[in-house]
Design a protein around this ligand. Structure first.
Ligand code: G16
Length: 553
């Protein structure tokens, strides 16, 4: 279906923004605030204006637009289409009902050589009228806006006083179509097909299908968020997993009231199915916008840092990576499990700050093929975002190739490379001032820790992590407090850049045991000396009044 609106009837408007000083500072991944804030005072329009004034190539360019389906998604798409027309975008590619996962958006940007994309999502944060909303901006390589573009957008928001738009009636984006608005074409595409085709290029679907049909029951929890339709198509329709494999598979505006964060706390129903019953051999969940993943086996939780190491060690099982890897990268707080594998493979392993944008240059310049983060993110050079369903298929391909269970694969891995016991403790909704004081107080004490004992072991490095990009040489500092011990154990402390209520304090703990050590301990027990030592040093319990973390991973 295609129709055009007469351009002579379009009213180009310049709307005043009530609050001249908006000051919209993006966090680790775009601008993320409460839905209510986004609905007020042209807050969305103000940020979008800053994007259109800053992103190179807007006039005459192609823009990809979609989101995770949370409350506000459809309305925001209409607002952005009207503004994009006013700014001279030549083609806007959006999807049926505006449903588009973050990795699928990255793929569309690359495929259509777009100037970039706007993804409407607050990722793993809850949605709905009382939840959160967010705007992620991606550049022409398909990845999150670089630090420099993010800073330019932020600077623009500080002095913005109006935005450009047109009068636009409600648009029907419920079926694939082309709509002409003035000189701009709005193309509504299916949104699922292109992503599925990309997965079929990377993996051997036939092999995975035979494996799962041969008594390997799997459960996938989409948490009522964006991956439902993608997972149904891939797992049930194409790979032949039984009907009902995909749970909570219809994207809902409020995610059915659940918190679409795939971890042991917020994906507890799935975790219980895998860890407390023998019904399933494999389980996985993805987050709100489909870029995060959690992998479970029967009686086995795979730590995300270990997941990256296992994918790296077994990349030769996947057709697209069978010829070898350029290199790998991990964010600083991610455990060094992958470093050990990279060393064995003779490839480089890069350590970057938290945030997928820091992998962009390394991927573009073919320094790395795979990368990952402790925050349930893994990805490769197939797109420029982390990719939840890709990680699920990667795991299934390895298991199909090796004909083994998840826990057998983990045991085999640790007995070869040793085990990096790892845990992240999150303290959520901490009072901002308390969290900032705790952080600055610890930072001030770091220099005095060097050569002292911490948890009974000598401290070698105690600093605030800084990074120089090996490609463009840009510097990024203040990326997290590190205490690194003589035996390689570490504690890292950061304040989250994605929370919206108070501060979220993250404490990352790591302890290495070589292949001949005890590889079957409970991680919390293996890390207990570090847990006690950091609590005493940083006075976490004392200052926050919380005697335990909100989430333990
Ligand atoms: C975002 C980034 C990730 C990053 C995470 C960190 O994830 O895309 O690269 O690891 O934030 O979050 P925090 O600052 O809270 O630790 P997402 O999935 O929210 O886009």
């Amino acid at each position: 279906m295609s129709f055009s609106l007469n351009s002579s009837k379009i009213d180009f408007l310049k709307i005043k923004i009530d609050e001249a000083f908006q000051d919209q500072k993006p966090g680790t991944s775009g601008l993320r605030k409460s839905t209510k804030q986004f609905l007020s005072n042209n807050y969305l329009q103000s940020f979008v204006e800053a994007i259109f004034k800053t992103l190179p190539g807007v006039n005459g360019g192609i823009l990809i637009l979609g989101g995770d389906g949370r409350f506000g998604n459809k309305k925001a798409i209409e607002v952005i289409i009207a503004m994009a027309v006013a700014h001279g975008i030549s083609r806007i590619i959006t999807t049926v009902d505006g449903i588009l996962s973050t990795p699928a958006a990255s793929n569309l940007i690359r495929k259509h050589k777009a100037i970039g994309g706007i993804i409407l999502s607050a990722s793993h944060n809850p949605g709905g009228q009382d939840g959160d909303f967010g705007v992620k901006v991606n550049g022409p390589n398909g990845g999150p806006a670089s630090e420099s573009l993010t800073n330019e957008i932020y600077s623009y928001t500080k002095h913005i006083d109006s935005y450009q738009t047109i009068n636009l009636d409600a648009l029907d984006i419920s079926i694939p179509s082309e709509i002409l608005i003035g000189k701009t074409v709005v193309e509504v595409v299916d949104g699922i097909e292109d992503y599925v085709a990309l997965m079929q290029e990377i993996f051997d679907f036939e092999k995975i299908s035979c494996f799962i049909k041969n008594n390997f029951p799997i459960a996938f929890d989409a948490l009522n968020a964006v991956t439902g339709p993608y997972a149904k198509k891939i797992l049930e329709d194409l790979l032949g997993a039984s009907a009902g494999t995909v749970r909570n598979g219809i994207p809902l505006e409020d995610f059915g009231g659940c918190h679409p964060d795939p971890n042991l706390t917020y994906a507890k129903d799935l975790a219980d199915l895998l860890l407390k019953s023998d019904k399933y051999s494999f389980g996985a969940a993805c987050d709100g916008d489909g870029d995060r993943n959690m992998i479970l086996g029967n009686q086995c939780f795979v730590n995300p840092s270990d997941s990256l190491a296992v994918l790296t060690a077994n990349a030769n099982c996947v057709p697209a990576y069978a010829k070898g890897l350029f290199g790998v990268a991990r964010s600083m707080p991610t455990s060094s499990a992958v470093d050990v594998v990279a060393k064995e493979l003779g490839i480089n392993c890069y350590e970057t700050p938290t945030g997928w944008k820091f992998f962009g240059n390394l991927l573009d310049s073919e320094k790395i093929t795979l990368c990952g983060e402790e925050s349930f993110g893994t990805g490769s050079n197939h797109v420029r975002e982390k990719d939840g369903l890709w990680a699920v298929l990667f795991w299934l391909q390895i298991l199909a190739e090796k004909q083994c269970s998840v826990s057998d694969l983990m045991k085999e891995h640790w007995s070869k490379y040793g085990r990096h016991y790892y845990s992240r403790h999150d303290y959520e909704e901490v009072d901002l001032e308390i969290a900032n004081n705790l952080y600055t107080n610890l930072e001030a004490r770091l220099p005095s820790l060097i050569n002292q004992n911490f948890a009974g072991i000598k401290v070698c490095i105690a600093d605030n992590f800084k990074y120089q990009d090996p490609i463009d040489h840009s510097l990024t500092d203040a990326q997290g407090l590190r205490i690194i011990l003589e035996d390689g154990s570490r504690v890292v402390l950061r304040l989250s850049g994605t929370g919206t209520k108070g501060a979220t304090l993250r404490v990352y703990l790591e302890n290495y045991v070589s292949p001949d050590g005890d590889l079957a301990q409970d991680p919390q027990r293996a890390l207990s000396a570090l847990i006690t030592a950091i609590d005493q040093l940083a006075e976490i319990t004392k200052r926050t009044g919380m005697d335990k973390p909100t989430v333990i991973t």
